[in-house]
Design a protein. Structure first.
Length: 181
C-alpha cells in the first residue's frame, strides 16, 4: 500500500504529519531520551553513594588517632583474650618483665590449677609469686601489677624482712589472672 502524499487533502496531510510527528517523538523519547535520563539518574545515585562512602572514610581517617588510642587501651585484653588459657605464659612473661624493670628479683612464679574458678563467660587462674628486693622496689612492683592493663589482681600478700641492714625483704603474692573463655 503506497500513499501518494500529493493526492491527499489538506486535512489528511495535517493528520499524517501529526501522526508522523507523534510517532517520531515516541521513538525518540522511548529509545533516546528515556535511556539517557535513566542513565543520568543511576549516575546521580552512584555519585551520591560514593560521596557518602568518601565522607565516612574521611571521618574514620580523621578519627584514626582516637581509634588507635582506644585500641591500645584494650590491646592487652585482646592479646590475652584471643589466646585463652595459653595466655598464662604471656602474662607470666609480662610479670617477669615488670619485676626486672622494677629491680625486683623474682624467685618463683607458679600457676596453681587447684585454685581456678571457672564460669561460662570467664575463667580465673591463680599465680603464686615469691620475690626479694628492697621495700621501695617491691612496693613499685606491687603498684605496677595492680595498675597494669592486664587482667591481674593481687589477692594475698605476705612480707618478711630478709636483711634489715640492706633493706631487703621477701614478698609472696597470690595473683588472680582472669581470661575469657
Amino acid at each position: 500500500m503506497k500513499i501518494n502524499f500529493k493526492k491527499l487533502g489538506k486535512r489528511e496531510k495535517i493528520l499524517t504529519i501529526g501522526v508522523g510527528c507523534v510517532l517520531l517523538f515516541f521513538i525518540v523519547e522511548h529509545f533516546v531520551l528515556t535511556p539517557f535520563f535513566v542513565k543520568m539518574e543511576n549516575l546521580t545515585i552512584q555519585i551520591n553513594a560514593d560521596e557518602d562512602k568518601l565522607k565516612r572514610a574521611r571521618y574514620v581517617s580523621s578519627q584514626k588517632e582516637y581509634i588507635a588510642e582506644a585500641y591500645n587501651k584494650i590491646k592487652p585484653y585482646v592479646e590475652v583474650g584471643q589466646s585463652g588459657e595459653t595466655g598464662l605464659p604471656f602474662i607470666m612473661k609480662k610479670i617477669e618483665e615488670m619485676a626486672k624493670s622494677d629491680g625486683v628479683n623474682l624467685e618463683t612464679m607458679k600457676p596453681e590449677a587447684a585454685e581456678s574458678k571457672d564460669t561460662e563467660q570467664y575463667k580465673i587462674k591463680k599465680l603464686t609469686l615469691s620475690t626479694t628486693g628492697s621495700v621501695d622496689n617491691i612496693i613499685n612492683f606491687l603498684y605496677g601489677i595492680e595498675n597494669c592493663a592486664y587482667p591481674l589482681r593481687v589477692v594475698k600478700m605476705d612480707f618478711k624482712v630478709k636483711n634489715r641492714e640492706n633493706n631487703l625483704m621477701i614478698a609472696n603474692f597470690d595473683l588472680f589472672f582472669v581470661y575469657f573463655s
